[in-house]
Design a binder for this molecule. Structure first.
Ligand code: 13P
Ligand code: SF4
Length: 380
C-alpha cells in the first residue's frame, strides 16, 4: 500500500482556519500597517479576496496604481504573476527608489503558482528566434514589437530594447496605432485574438495579418512571402478562459432573448467579437453595466467571478453568463484567504514570503516599454 507523507509547511495551518478567522486576521494586519500596505485586486479574483483589496481594477488600472502610489511600503498583489512583476518594475523604478533613499517596495504574490497560461505561451527564446527570422524577411528596423501586458518581464524587456511597447486590453488600439506610426510591420504577442480584434478595429484587413506559431519548424508555420506582405504578425497564443466563448453561444442568446446586449472581452475570438454589441477590458465591462438603465439584458463573455459579481451588484438588470460551461481563471482562483492571510502575517512580521523581484537589467528594459504605454492616452 502506498504511504502518504504529509509535509507540514508553515502555510499548512492556515488551511485549517475558518473564513471568518482569516478575514479577521487579515483586517487586523490592514489596520496595523495602514497606508504602508497596498493590497491590489484584479476583477477576476474571488469575492472574499477582492473585498479585502484596497484598490481593484483591470490590468491597466492596476499598473497605473502601482506606478502612482507614493505612500505604501509594500504591495500585496491579488492577481497573477505577470501583474506582480509589472508592479515591481513600476513601484521600484529608479526615480521612485531615489525618492525613498533606495528602499525597495516588496511586491508579494500570495500564491506563487498563480500564473497565466497565455503569458506562458511566449517564451523569450521563442520570441528572439521569431524576431531573427522576421528581421531576415523584413529588416529589423521596420518591425515594432507590441506585447500584451499578459507576458513575462523578459518579453516586456525585449520590447523595450527593440523600440516596442506594452499594451493592455484597455489601450491596445492606441498601442497598435503608436506602433504603426513607427514601423511598417507589428509583431503582436502573445494573444492572437486581442491582436486580431484590435487590428480589425483599426481597419487592417485579415489578408494583412499572419499567424506565427512558435512551435512550427520554420517561419512560424508561414512562409517568407506571406510574412513580408503582412502588416501584423500575430503570435499564436490565447487565453484558455476566453477561448471558451463561441459564436453559437451568441446565437443562442440572440434567439432566446431578443434585444439582449452581448458584451465580451477582446481576448475572445474574432467570430464572437464580430457579433458582440460591446467589447471591453474588464474595467470597461464594469463601467458599461454600471451606466446601463435598469432592465437592460446582458450576456457577458468574460471570467466567471466578475460576471457573478456584476449579477449580484445589479439586481435591476438581467445578467447572463455567455457560455453554458464554467469559464473561470483557475490561476487567479489560487489566491485565496489562507494564502492572503499567510502572506500578510509574514509581511507584518518582517519576513515577507513570495516576493516577486524582476532583475535590474530586465526591469530597466521593461520599464521603457511600460512607460511608453502609460504615456499613451486612451488607457483605463
Ligand atoms: P484586463 O484586466 O485587461 O481586462 O484583462 C483581463 C485578463 O485576462 C487579465 O489577465
Ligand atoms: Fe491569463 Fe486568461 Fe487567466 Fe487572464 S483570464 S490571467 S489571460 S489565463
Amino acid at each position: 500500500m502506498a504511504s502518504h507523507i504529509v509535509h507540514e509547511t508553515p502555510f499548512a495551518p492556515y488551511r485549517q482556519l475558518s473564513a471568518e478567522e482569516l478575514t479577521h486576521r487579515i483586517r487586523q494586519i490592514k489596520d496595523q500597517l495602514g497606508e504602508r500596505l497596498l493590497i491590489l485586486g484584479h476583477h477576476y479574483q474571488r469575492d472574499e479576496v477582492v473585498e479585502l483589496a484596497d484598490l481593484r481594477g483591470d490590468s491597466y488600472r492596476l499598473s497605473a496604481l502601482a506606478a502612482a502610489n507614493e505612500t505604501c511600503r509594500a504591495i500585496v498583489f491579488c492577481g497573477v504573476h505577470f501583474m506582480a512583476e509589472t508592479a515591481d518594475i513600476l513601484a521600484n523604478r529608479p526615480e521612485r527608489l531615489a525618492r525613498r533613499d533606495g528602499q525597495r517596495i516588496p511586491v508579494v504574490l500570495p500564491d506563487l503558482s498563480a500564473g497565466c497560461s497565455m503569458a506562458d505561451m511566449a517564451e523569450i527564446a521563442q520570441v528572439e528566434d521569431c524576431w531573427y527570422q522576421l528581421s531576415e524577411v523584413a529588416g529589423e528596423d521596420t518591425i515594432v514589437p507590441v506585447t500584451y501586458v499578459n507576458s513575462s518581464a523578459a518579453i516586456k524587456g525585449f520590447c523595450g530594447r527593440h523600440g516596442g511597447i506594452v499594451c493592455t486590453s484597455a489601450n491596445a488600439d492606441a498601442a497598435l496605432r503608436w506602433a504603426l506610426a513607427r514601423g511598417q510591420k507589428v509583431l503582436f504577442f502573445p494573444d492572437q485574438h486581442l491582436g486580431r480584434n484590435t487590428a480589425l478595429k483599426l481597419g487592417i484587413p485579415l489578408e494583412r495579418m499572419q499567424v506565427w506559431d512558435p512551435h512550427a519548424p520554420e517561419w512560424g508555420g508561414s512562409d517568407p512571402d506571406a510574412l513580408q506582405r503582412a502588416t501584423i504578425v500575430l503570435w499564436k497564443g490565447h487565453c484558455s478562459v476566453h477561448q471558451m466563448f463561441l459564436p453559437e453561444h451568441v446565437d443562442y442568446f440572440r434567439r432566446e432573448y431578443p434585444g439582449i446586449k452581448i458584451l465580451v472581452h477582446p481576448e475572445c475570438m474574432m467570430e464572437v467579437v464580430a457579433q458582440a454589441d460591446e467589447i471591453g477590458s474588464t474595467g470597461r465591462i464594469i463601467r458599461l453595466v454600471n451606466e446601463a438603465p435598469p432592465g437592460t439584458h446582458w450576456a457577458i463573455g468574460t471570467e466567471l467571478h466578475l460576471v457573478h459579481r456584476l449579477k449580484q451588484e445589479h439586481p435591476e438588470q438581467e445578467i447572463y453568463f455567455l457560455s453554458p460551461v464554467v469559464c473561470m481563471c483557475s490561476t487567479m482562483y489560487r489566491i485565496d484567504l489562507p494564502h492572503l492571510c499567510w502572506a500578510l502575517e509574514n509581511l507584518a512580521e518582517g519576513t515577507p514570503v513570495n516576493v516577486i523581484r524582476v532583475d535590474d537589467p530586465t526591469a530597466a528594459d521593461a520599464l521603457v516599454a511600460l512607460e511608453r504605454m502609460l504615456e499613451l492616452s486612451g488607457g483605463g
